[in-house]
Design a binder for this molecule. Structure first.
Ligand code: HEM
Length: 438
């Protein structure tokens, strides 16, 4: 029998490995390597061997806690920025207990309580864009959606008023998220050095919110009240750590999904017509979770948006717990690895013509026919594993935004470059997503 061989791949520069290529554009880097080597390959990043697993089978192998632990897996700069004790870097019982408490913020009851303030917030933006449109003006939706996504996070996680826009704190989050995908050189003028400074200011902001705010209709209130089966609760320190991550993920991730949804609504008239029909069928009055959850075609559009456009390149990192063998490839104990999200979503053997947006292929019925861990824009596995807890919130925000925009408006996109710019998390359309809302 053939001896297992290490996965193919390049070593890159001494110590740094291929970190610069990965950070510059992790989507293109991954796609090129998968084309070259296939569904499993390795590289070196900052002194560590990193195996990239693509496709449902490889992704499932990576997500199996028997094979990989998240403890000590992610590069030190990620752990430093978010906090070494944040949930993506925990494993085993500590992870499960913390994660179950965090999931309290995304139950149907919790989500339903967020709808009125999120509707008010999104309506405020749509009204402003429509006013500009009525005056014949375009808006640059990259900037607008960036602020909108921050405001949304601010309402949920710091109990801010939906009528407020805090541009200074939003800018600090932008700087911090950039640091997650920058060379970890800690100097006052480098992106990483600036990200650490911004992170310290944000910790102060979140500390003050946790100490003084909360209440009904906010995730902050829900998380403060969350209790596990044995009465476990999040300590103040844990809550502050997790909220910093929640803010960063929601700000960058939600801005990304909304931008690409607008691109689809502006370009695909037949898709927009079907979404519009579901919006028209909503009951009169304010939006509700029940009404939004009934928009099943729109849900499929929201899923396809997350599959076709680059949003999160890969999972956090795990470490092999023992020597492993995957499909004749040897993975040594101590090597690190990620689930290659972008390649898995763009895998032509699961999704025919993977670059084409076809919402029907991710309808509720079609979704149940896919192999496990084929559709993984927010990670895979069970909810109390390392899957993104924000998935249900994303599932809510997409139809809510579509409803707020389309119930009395339309969107036109003037000729421009709509290709994604380079960037680590949530790269947005290159020309700023200029739009006219009518
Ligand atoms: C479109 C938006 C988003 C995308 C694409 C996204 C994507 C991801 C991905 C790929 C992971 C890694 C899964 C893994 O390591 O196996 C993750 C984890 C996580 N996400 Fe999200 N996310 C989004 C929004 C959010 C939001 C809104 C929140 C919070 C409110 C959030 C909180 C988290 C947390 C806490 C984890 C770590 C979970 C764990 O390790 O147990 N994300 N997300």
């Amino acid at each position: 029998m053939a001896q297992p061989q290490p996965p193919p791949g390049a070593r890159g520069l001494p110590f740094f490995g291929e970190v610069f290529k990965f950070l510059k554009d992790p989507f293109t880097f991954q796609a090129a390597r998968t084309k070259q080597h296939g569904m499993i390959w390795k590289t070196r990043i900052l002194g560590s061997t990193v195996v990239f697993f693509s496709g449902p089978k490889g992704f499932t192998f990576f997500m199996d806690p028997e094979n990989f632990t998240r403890e000590g897996g992610s590069p030190p700069h990620l752990r430093e920025l978010l906090h070494p004790d944040a949930v993506p870097f925990l494993d085993g019982d500590r992870h499960r207990t913390r994660k179950r408490l965090l999931l309290a913020a995304f139950t149907p009851d919790a989500l339903a309580s967020y709808v009125p303030s999120l509707e008010r917030l999104i309506d405020r933006y749509v009204a402003r864009w429509a006013k500009a449109g009525a005056g014949g003006l375009e808006v640059r939706l990259n900037d607008e959606l960036d602020q909108l996504a921050f405001d949304l996070a601010n309402v949920l996680f710091a109990a801010a008023a939906p009528d407020d826009s805090d541009t200074a704190t939003a800018a600090d989050f932008g700087v911090m998220v950039k640091g997650l995908f920058s060379p970890p050189v800690k100097l006052p003028f480098t992106a990483y050095g600036k990200a650490l400074k911004a992170r310290d200011r944000l910790r102060g902001y979140i500390k003050a919110a946790v100490a003084t705010k909360g209440g009904a209709g906010t995730a902050l209130g829900v998380l403060k009240a969350a209790r596990g089966p044995k009465g476990e609760a999040l300590s103040t320190a844990e809550l502050e750590i997790e909220l910093l991550h929640f803010f960063s993920a929601a700000h960058a991730g939600i801005a990304g999904v909304l931008a690409w949804l607008v691109v689809v609504l502006g370009q695909r008239a037949e898709v927009t017509a079907r979404v519009r029909a579901e919006v028209a069928a909503l009951p009169a009055g304010g939006l509700t979770l029940t009404g939004l959850a009934a928009m099943r075609y729109t849900a499929a559009v929201g899923r396809e948006v997350r599959r076709v456009y680059p949003i999160a390149p890969a999972t956090f990192f795990g470490v092999a717990k023992k020597d492993l063998d995957f499909d004749g490839h040897q993975i040594k104990q101590g090597w690190t690895a990620v689930g290659a999200i972008w390649n898995t979503l763009q895998d032509g053997s699961t999704f025919k013509d993977p670059a084409t947006l076809d919402p029907d292929r991710l309808s509720d019925a079609a979704l149940t026919q896919l192999p496990a861990n084929a559709y993984v824009p927010q990670g895979g596995g069970p909810p109390d594993g390392h899957r993104c807890p924000g998935e249900a919130l994303t599932d809510l925000v997409l139809p809510l935004f579509a409803a707020a925009l389309l119930r009395s408006h339309g969107v036109e996109l003037p000729a421009q470059d709509l290709a994604p710019g380079a960037g680590g998390l949530g790269p947005l359309p290159r020309d700023g997503l200029r739009a006219r809302v009518s």
